[in-house]
Design a protein around this ligand. Structure first.
Ligand SMILES: *[C@@H]1O[C@H](CO)[C@@H](O)[C@H](O)[C@H]1NC(C)=O
Ligand SMILES: *[C@@H]1O[C@H](CO)[C@@H](O)[C@H](O)[C@H]1NC(C)=O
Ligand SMILES: *[C@@H]1O[C@H](CO)[C@@H](O)[C@H](O)[C@H]1NC(C)=O
Ligand SMILES: *[C@@H]1O[C@H](CO)[C@@H](O)[C@H](O)[C@H]1NC(C)=O
Ligand SMILES: *[C@@H]1O[C@H](CO)[C@@H](O)[C@H](O)[C@H]1NC(C)=O
Length: 329
């Protein structure tokens, strides 16, 4: 088991398709575009959060309206979610969570904005088995949370809090409208980035959809509006990678209802069966390591994206958790 840990390069802590997408000529498009919905579906009551989502945010997700002429500071916020020593093979696992802060010059008030799992990371990474439900059951929504105040100590102490620039109140208001729309249409958390290999020219098969992607999208939105933002330190994010050959499309939940795909359905369920339900990030990492062992032996990962299943023919180094620089958009 221990040598498997070598494949994990550096575990740094973020908590960062109805139809298989194809191009005009019928060719598969990579990475598979993340599917947006018209509106966020209600969460099934089976999914119960251990910790309430966004407890200090506005219950209706409203964001403050700034005066157009206000000057709003933008802060890059990062904090470790979790640090943990696993024997002495690897040193530290270290996973960062990203957020954005805003401060109004007119009112002196400040705010934090982040995007994260409604039911924690484990529920976004592994499904449940439910009595009487044939398909694996996912509690995998994520959402934006906007709340009053920046807790300087929380971000500064082991992470970072850096001012990136200022935007007008008008830009802030436009961004707020975009956040609401983004929050309604991009609703499923995706833990993994899937790539063909670890090299610079690798093909990305699937992009993650997590806190760091939200922060990156928000920077892009602000820069597209003409904001002047920059960072003195590298903008690095935690990325959780799977490495595989070209993914094979399997289908949606109908796999579990048709008799023609019964063997496949059994295989997928067996794959996910060993991942117990998780309460903590430590347990999630333990399951990732189990997943790794399975992948080395079986070279197969049943991957769930856009509410559909894909088969990944896994390749060395199988899984990596990297903390790497991704420049501003
Ligand atoms: C994950 O989902 C299950 C099923 O709803 C729930 O019982 C559990 O509390 C959730 N875990 C967390 C950490 O929210
Ligand atoms: C985003 O959606 C979630 C889930 O519906 C909601 O709780 C939250 O308030 C919304 N956030 C914003 C900023 O609209
Ligand atoms: C945000 O506001 C709080 C309370 O006024 C203050 O203590 C803190 O320093 C402010 N943080 C930033 C980054 O402006
Ligand atoms: C920062 O890290 C130290 C040492 O690991 C820990 O004791 C402290 O609680 C952390 N601070 C915050 C705000 O997370
Ligand atoms: C990546 O692709 C570029 C352009 O095709 C090529 O010049 C370069 O050598 C490749 N790098 C590696 C490491 O394969």
């Amino acid at each position: 088991m221990n040598y498997l840990l070598y494949f994990i390069h550096a575990l740094l802590p973020c908590w960062t398709v109805g139809l298989a997408a194809s191009g005009v000529d019928g060719q598969q498009v990579w990475p598979v575009p993340y599917k947006r919905l018209d509106r966020r579906p209600d969460v099934d009551p089976y999914c119960q959060a251990l910790f309430p989502f966004c407890p200090s945010g506005d219950p209706d997700g409203r964001m403050p309206v700034m005066r157009d002429s206000d000057l709003v500071s933008v802060f890059r916020l990062q904090t470790p979610v979790w640090e943990f020593r696993y024997g002495d093979v690897l040193g530290k696992f270290h996973i960062m969570h990203d957020a954005i802060g805003f401060g109004s010059a007119k009112t002196g008030r400040n705010f934090t904005m982040e995007w994260y799992e409604l039911f924690q990371l484990g529920n976004c990474t592994f499904p449940h088995e439910r009595a009487g439900v044939s398909a694996p059951f996912w509690c995998n929504q994520g959402a934006a949370c906007f709340y009053d105040e920046i807790d300087d100590v929380h971000w500064k102490q082991n992470g970072s809090l850096e001012k990136m620039g200022e935007i007008s109140g008008e830009m802030f208001n436009e961004m707020a409208r975009w956040v609401q729309e983004d929050n309604e249409t991009g609703v499923y958390y995706e833990t993994w980035t899937v790539k063909s290999d670890a090299g610079v020219n690798a093909t990305t098969w699937f992009e993650s959809y997590d806190c760091s992607q939200f922060v990156h999208r928000t920077y892009k939105k602000l820069l597209d509006m003409g904001a002047d933002l920059s960072s003195q330190t590298p903008t690095s994010y935690t990325k959780i990678y799977l490495y595989s050959g070209e993914p094979l499309y399997l289908g949606d939940d109908s796999i579990f209802q048709q008799s023609s795909t019964r063997d496949l359905a059994t295989d997928i369920k067996k794959f996910y069966h060993s991942f117990r339900s998780h309460q903590s990030v430590v347990e999630v990492i333990a399951s990732l390591l189990e997943a790794l062992e399975k992948m080395v032996l079986e070279k197969t990962f049943y991957f769930y994206y856009n509410s559909e299943y894909w088969k990944l023919p896994m390749k060395y180094p199988y899984i990596q958790i990297n903390y790497e620089e991704i420049p501003l958009p």
